[in-house]
Design a protein around this ligand. Structure first.
Ligand code: NAP
Length: 243
């Protein structure tokens, strides 16, 4: 997919989502993103790229609102060429003591919301026979991590969605892939204790946590013609911790 298309990225207000928003803007895309709250970085981008950037307030777990959100994006920005399903939450806790509503919330945001958003976005992609979808899953969905069973289930679910949709949409010229990052320096990992952090660094061949910038290059690759025969795959970017 060449720069200049329309990209919708969920959860672009900070962290990895924000890095992908900035990077796709740099590459010439028309970018739309949404999250529950905008934040300062979004305000700056609105000023800098007033013609090519749109932020919408939206909540992945508010299922009824997603249809209106997609309609607003398509009306303001045009038909969507690229969908990056990035918004996610990690609810920490031993499964036996987690509250049912915590489990439901992590599934609602990470998995159900993503399926529903994708369902709405692919309709126009199918009509136009073009599109590329990237699901941001996680190595936690591939390998697991004590205290993150519900999160892990949602991320494994996203990889399943990637494979199923790749088969469903390949004949329509739409590619679907996952990127599974390892531990990244974002707000999501701020809660890691010193012991957990040093254990992760010790087990990572490249000897550090990743950054959002370590991931964006692979996003460009998967969207580019160089990846034109790649679909249904999971690209792991983790400094080697799962090797
Ligand atoms: P982050 O810094 O916590 O950012 C999460 C983003 O998702 C924010 O923009 C947040 O915005 C948005 N979001 C959260 N709940 C939402 C909701 N209900 N509706 C709409 N947007 C919502 O996390 P991150 O590290 O950048 O994570 C981005 C993605 O990478 C996630 O899917 C995460 O699971 C995945 N990942 C992260 C790591 C890591 O180590 N950090 C590793 C592997 C995979 P608001 O709060 O304003 O809604």
């Amino acid at each position: 997919m060449k720069g200049g298309g329309v990209a919708l990225i969920s959860g672009g207000s900070r962290g990895l989502g924000l890095a992908m928003v900035k990077s796709l803007l740099d590459q010439g895309y028309r970018v739309a993103t949404f999250s529950r709250r905008p934040g300062e970085a979004i305000e700056r981008l609105k000023e800098k790229y007033s013609e090519r950037f749109s932020f919408f307030e939206g909540d992945m777990s508010d299922q009824a609102s997603l249809g209106l959100l997609v309609k607003r994006v398509e009306k303001e920005c045009g038909p969507i060429d690229v969908l990056i399903n990035n918004a996610g939450i990690a609810t920490d806790g031993v499964l036996a003591t987690m509250q049912p509503d915590q489990i439901e919330q992590v599934i609602a945001v990470n998995l159900t919301g993503t399926l529903l958003l994708t369902r709405l976005v692919v309709r126009q992609m199918v009509v136009r026979s073009r599109g590329s979808i990237i699901n941001i899953s996680s190595i936690i969905g591939l390998r697991g991590y004590a205290g993150l069973a519900a999160y892990s289930a949602t991320k494994a679910g996203l990889d399943g969605m990637t494979r199923g949709l790749a088969r469903e949409l390949g004949p329509r010229n739409i590619r679907v892939n996952s990127i599974a990052p390892g531990y990244l320096e974002t707000e999501m990992t701020h809660g890691l204790g010193e012991n957990q952090r040093s254990q992760i660094v010790r087990r990572t061949p490249l000897g550090r946590l990743g950054t959002p910038d370590d991931v964006v290059g692979s996003v460009h690759f998967l969207l580019s013609p160089a990846a034109g025969f790649i679909t249904g795959q999971i690209l792991t970017i983790d400094g080697g911790i799962t090797c």
